[in-house]
Design a protein around this ligand. Structure first.
Ligand code: PLP
Length: 334
């Protein structure tokens, strides 16, 4: 597949490592677990949004934009990576943050990703939960246009057919690494939220006939809704690439049993998963996405869904900066 025919700005350190996790694999006693280190994409502490932003920022430049607008939760990793990408490409950046959790403590409101948004020079505005954030972005765009700017709106999570190209690319990159290592991948698992990551991966894995099953572990919406969102975006992405129809509906699978009481609200299993990964492999997960994704993976291994002798790749989508917004969710060090 020839992704460089689409406009793209180089922002990420690629390829990211594909590493074996000996200690975690042994501790869980199930499959051999490999991790695709998209926490190491390199831009402003890294994460999965950087791959999407390579294509989105290029599209902004093609549209002669001099400012980007996006939105997310207060501790949004997407907002932070967008602020970093804007700094790097010399654009203004407006970040609209929705308080989805209702938390008002100082760590949540000012540390972690929010702190970095400001450090990268973005203008930040806060909104209460359930605000129409797409409407708020339109209002912001109008305001910027009235001041003579040319804004470009990046959807939440960078999840549209342009951003998802970044994860088609990740699928191809991972397959190339596996081929070079002689690694047979039996399962691919990722956290899934705004859907661009899973949608891009499923297009890449299906269009190459990899025959690798992909599971998304949800962090917000119920299963039916999440699968439909991923499927619609996968179809739009395939259309954009001129390979319509490459993804069958039954290849889009989400497990949304690990959300807990809501988006961005810590769960006991997330705290255990983040702690286990830190203790076993010294790798930092995040409290909202990769930590809940890993919690799901651990539980599925314990239930016997994935077994000894299989090779499983877990996509580390990043987000460790968010830990500092959630210090209270973790037990105090002894
Ligand atoms: C955004 C994000 C995800 C989810 O990716 P989507 O493309 O939004 O589904 C997973 N992990 C982290 C750390 C994220 O920031």
């Amino acid at each position: 597949m020839h992704l460089s025919r689409f406009p793209r700005i180089h922002l990420a350190h690629l390829p990211t490592p594909l590493e074996y996790l000996p200690n975690l694999s042994q501790a869980l006693g199930g499959p051999d677990i490999y991790i695709k280190r998209d926490d190491c994409t390199g831009l402003g502490t890294g994460g999965n949004k950087t791959r999407k932003l390579e294509f989105l920022m290029a599209d902004a430049v093609e549209n002669r934009a001099d400012a980007v607008i996006t939105h997310g939760a207060v501790q949004s990793n997407h907002a932070r990576q967008t602020a970093a990408a804007a700094a790097k490409t010399g654009m203004d950046c407006s970040i609209l943050l929705e308080n989805r959790t209702g938390y008002t403590d100082r760590d949540y409101m000012e540390s972690g990703n929010v702190f970095l948004d400001g450090l990268f020079g973005a203008e930040i505005a806060h909104f209460p939960r359930d605000t129409d954030m797409d409407g708020a972005m339109e209002d912001k765009a109008e305001e910027l246009r009235s001041r003579g700017k040319t804004p470009y709106i990046i959807p939440g999570g960078g999840s549209n057919a342009i951003g998802a190209l970044g994860y088609v690319n990740c699928a191809i990159e991972t397959l190339t690494q596996a081929n070079d290592m002689g690694l047979r991948i039996d399962h691919f698992v990722t956290a899934t939220g705004s859907a661009g990551t899973q949608a891009g991966l499923v297009v890449g894995l299906e269009a190459t006939n990899s025959q690798i099953p992909l599971l998304g572990i949800g962090v917000r919406a119920p299963k039916d809704q999440q699968e439909e969102k991923v499927y619609q975006l996968a179809c739009a992405t395939a259309d954009h690439m001129g390979i319509s129809g490459c993804v069958a509906r039954d290849k889009v699978i989400a497990n949304c049993d690990y959300v807990g009481s809501g988006y961005g609200l810590p769960t006991q299993s997330m705290v255990e998963a983040v702690t286990l990964m830190a203790h076993q492999e010294a790798i930092l997960m995040d409290p909202v996405y990769s930590g809940k994704g890993l919690a799901g993976l651990i539980d599925l291994i314990r239930q016997g869904e994935y077994t000894k002798g299989q090779n499983l790749v877990f996509l580390h989508t990043g987000g460790s900066a968010g830990l500092f917004g959630y210090i209270e969710a973790f037990p105090a060090p002894l």
